[in-house]
Design a protein around this ligand. Structure first.
Ligand code: ZN
Length: 297
């Protein structure tokens, strides 16, 4: 009897500390990494695509003769950094006509309301992410109790559906629904022209399973595991020459930027790197799903 009680107590203590650890990891995650607010030199990636994000949070400017498209408004404090990058490249912040995002998480969308106010840009978001964007992050299946991940609720001007195109000037971007990480997580594709050649560009939304994500018995997102599988199926079929994503660490931004400065072929043209990345992320997802499935039995 005494043994039983102490084992129960022990189990309770272990369980409680596990919950505390998870909560701590979750709140750390919500606060973000230091490199999210560190400036990074803006530069032309390929064709009319420019990097205007911070060291850790990617934003892209697609430049056309009819105005520009910005992908990812990033954190609530990111506008001065993005603006400085846009202007350093010789473009005008007010020429941003369309605002897009990778997915409805605060590190990619929190400054959208301010950018809309400053530029009058039309905000276009994938259907399943729209309710979360319009309630400022409170409706997110994972972070609804994490106020540090909330942001100003932002009106979406155009609701996108899987396969929809966004056109401005000579730029055509296609929105691919790649759900799981968020319900409306979006991978953008477009073509870029450089030195007489045309390249398929892929900007990955996010293939990552965040700390605390429940892949099994998730009452707020029952189809989450199936959505991740669908996402990997789609990522594997997208033709990719130029590999980009919502965070620079998906595709080795810093290493490739350093390589680019030293000359030679454009390091962002990296079809092999894309394939390996997607395969590695899928393996990580599968093993996490197996772990959670076994634990739920
Ligand atoms: Zn995210």
């Amino acid at each position: 009897m005494i043994m039983k009680i102490s084992r129960e107590t022990l189990l309770k203590t272990v369980f409680r500390s596990l919950i505390l650890t998870l909560a701590f990891a979750g709140s750390l995650f919500a606060q973000g990494a230091p490199d999210w607010t560190q400036p990074f030199p803006p530069f032309r990636v390929v064709g009319n695509i420019y990097y205007v994000g911070s060291r850790g949070l990617a934003s892209y400017l697609i430049v056309t003769p009819q105005g520009n498209i910005l992908i990812n408004s990033s954190l609530q404090s990111s506008v001065p950094l993005i603006r400085a990058s846009v202007e350093k490249l010789g473009f005008r912040f007010s020429d941003i006509k369309i605002l897009l995002i990778s997915h409805a998480h605060w590190d990619h969308c929190a400054d959208s309301a301010l950018i809309k106010k400053l530029t009058g840009a039309k905000y276009m978001v994938m259907d399943a992410d729209v309710p979360v964007i319009e309630d400022g992050g409170k409706g997110d299946f994972q972070y609804s109790h994490s106020p540090s991940s909330f942001y100003e609720p932002t009106k979406v001007d155009r609701v996108l559906h899987d396969g929809d195109q966004v056109k401005l000037g000579n730029a055509v971007l296609t929105a691919h629904l790649t759900p799981g990480h968020t319900k409306g997580c979006t991978t953008w594709t477009m073509k870029a022209q450089e030195d007489g050649k045309s390249y398929n560009v892929v900007i990955v939304g996010s293939p990552n399973v965040n700390p605390g994500y429940k892949l099994v018995n998730n009452t707020l997102y029952p189809q989450i595991a199936g959505d991740y599988s669908r996402m990997f199926r789609i990522l594997k079929t997208l033709p990719c020459d130029v590999f980009l994503g919502a965070h620079g660490n998906y595709y080795g931004l810093e290493e490739k930027f350093a390589q680019m400065k030293s000359g030679g072929p454009n390091p962002f043209i990296d079809p092999q790197g894309y394939q390996s990345y997607v395969a590695e992320r899928e393996r990580t997802f599968r093993s996490e799903l197996e772990r959670q499935t076994a634990a739920a039995k």
